[in-house]
Design a protein around this ligand. Structure first.
Ligand code: HEC
Length: 412
């Protein structure tokens, strides 16, 4: 059933397309509102209940926006809500998690040198960590600590660093970073879904019923928004990190993650201060650059290996692909066309690490990456880049035949 591999690849692309679009919409609107909020000016002629106003110009027109801290005296006829951006970012992100990390768990989620678990157990750990993360976070915000903005932020930071460490001790480095992003983004989306929007609905219901809404609902929502504000940039870093093995695949990856969360704060602090027209705190950029240089350096520190773990148990995929009639020719093609780049110590000039962590040196690795070899070098000409090692059309046909026949054998 090779059609399945092709459909899967396209499904993954569709989900990613959708995810990036919704994320742009969500982050775009949330950054817009943060900047708007900070830029509001108090003026004497404002209507009762209004806190501030701002003039903006965009797309050929002028906008005059006024903000009511609790609510206006009367319900407006039509209210625009901003919530689906966030919901669909989470839903599409979860879909990607299922497609890439649950569907490809043996390759991308589980590292048997880190934790030797079965696919269902790894998926359960992943799901439990996302749900558990929200519960712990929400309890912390609702505890007495929640009244102390800075105290809460420091404890939350400690939780995130602990999760960074924890995830790197559960999954592959790549999955660890992705999960750290998903953990954080789940908190952000749940803030919108479970706190910010429900509180807003209570206020609207009070207004319609002619009651004066309790300002505490707005305050709580504001605190959750503040967290979302500082968490946005790190989440994007973690989501993009799977393209950069130096970030996720090196010995001190969890320390790198801890520093990334700090960069999220220093960068946002500059924008928050500037939008509030309280000056331009240049020091935040100096701190950001220093953090980035430390991260670059950390990625070069080698791991001190105390004991080499036992070799993996041979995965089932291996039997399936290695027993195929074409396997010996596939090995020949891969070792002459791919291994110079895709090995632990690449010999191709300018390549210092196996690209994307893909190593194709032995039978097991080739079998493990069968589907990717099929997509990257069989069905498409993505690999090798620029066909530098001159893979012939016949060789590509053979890679295709290999994957399709061994898949076919299994499904019969
Ligand atoms: C000249 C060096 C070079 C050669 C030769 C080469 N690759 Fe790659 N490969 C790369 C680079 C660089 C990347 C990372 C591309 C990127 O960042 O998008 C990569 C990425 C990959 C990936 C991961 C793609 C992904 O997006 O996850 C696979 C699978 C792969 N190569 C397979 C192969 C196969 C199969 C061959 C032989 C037919 C091959 N490569 C030959 C350099 C090479």
């Amino acid at each position: 059933m090779y059609e399945y591999a092709i459909a899967w690849e396209w499904l993954a692309f569709a989900a990613r397309w959708f995810h990036v679009i919704t994320a742009i919409a969500w982050i775009g609107s949330s950054f817009y509102f943060i900047a708007l909020d900070l830029g509001l000016v108090k003026r004497p002629h404002l209507p009762p209940g209004a806190y501030g106003e701002e003039w903006q110009v965009h797309g050929g027109g002028f906008y005059h926006i006024q903000k009511y801290l609790v609510a206006p005296a009367q319900m407006p006829e039509h209210l625009t809500w901003f919530k689906y951006e966030s919901y669909f970012t989470w839903i599409s992100g979860f879909l990607m998690l299922c497609i890439v990390y649950y569907g490809g768990a043996n390759l991308f989620l589980i590292d048997r040198h880190v934790l030797d678990v079965s696919v269902p157990v790894a998926i359960l750990i992943s799901l439990a960590s996302l749900v558990g993360g929200w519960i712990v976070y929400d309890l912390l915000c609702k505890s007495p600590l929640g009244n102390n903005t800075w105290g809460l932020m420091i404890v939350l930071y400690a939780v995130l660093v602990f999760m960074a460490w924890g995830y790197t001790h559960l999954f592959t480095g790549r999955a660890a970073f992705l999960h750290l992003g998903a953990f954080t983004a789940t908190i952000m989306s749940a803030n919108v879904f479970m706190i910010i929007i429900p509180n807003q609905k209570i206020v609207v219901a009070d207004l319609i019923a002619g009651r004066t809404p309790d300002p505490k609902y707005g305050r709580i929502a504001k605190q959750r928004s503040l967290h979302n504000n500082y968490l946005t940039l790190p989440v994007i870093f973690f989501m993009l990190s799977n393209h950069y093995p130096l970030a996720f695949g090196t010995a001190y990856n969890w320390v790198i993650a801890a520093l990334v969360f700090l960069m999220g704060v220093t960068i946002r602090h500059w924008f928050n201060t500037t939008h509030a027209r309280k000056g331009h705190p240049t020091w935040t950029w100096i701190v950001t650059v220093v953090l980035f240089i430390v991260i670059m350096w950390l990625s070069t520190v080698p791991k001190v290996l105390t004991e080499e773990k036992e070799a993996n148990a041979i995965p089932p995929a291996f039997q399936q692909y290695a027993s195929d009639i074409h396997f010996s020719s596939v090995k020949e093609i891969v070792s002459t066309r791919c291994t110079m780049c895709h090995s632990a110590e690449p010999v191709y000039e300018g390549i210092v690490r196996p690209p994307k962590g893909v190593m194709l040196e032995n039978d097991e690795q080739i079998a493990m990456h069968a589907r990717e070899i099929y997509i990257q070098a069989g069905r498409s000409h993505a690999m090798p880049p620029g066909n530098v090692t001159e893979v012939t059309p016949e060789e590509r046909k053979l890679l295709v035949a290999w994957f399709e026949s061994s898949i076919g054998e299994k499904s019969q």
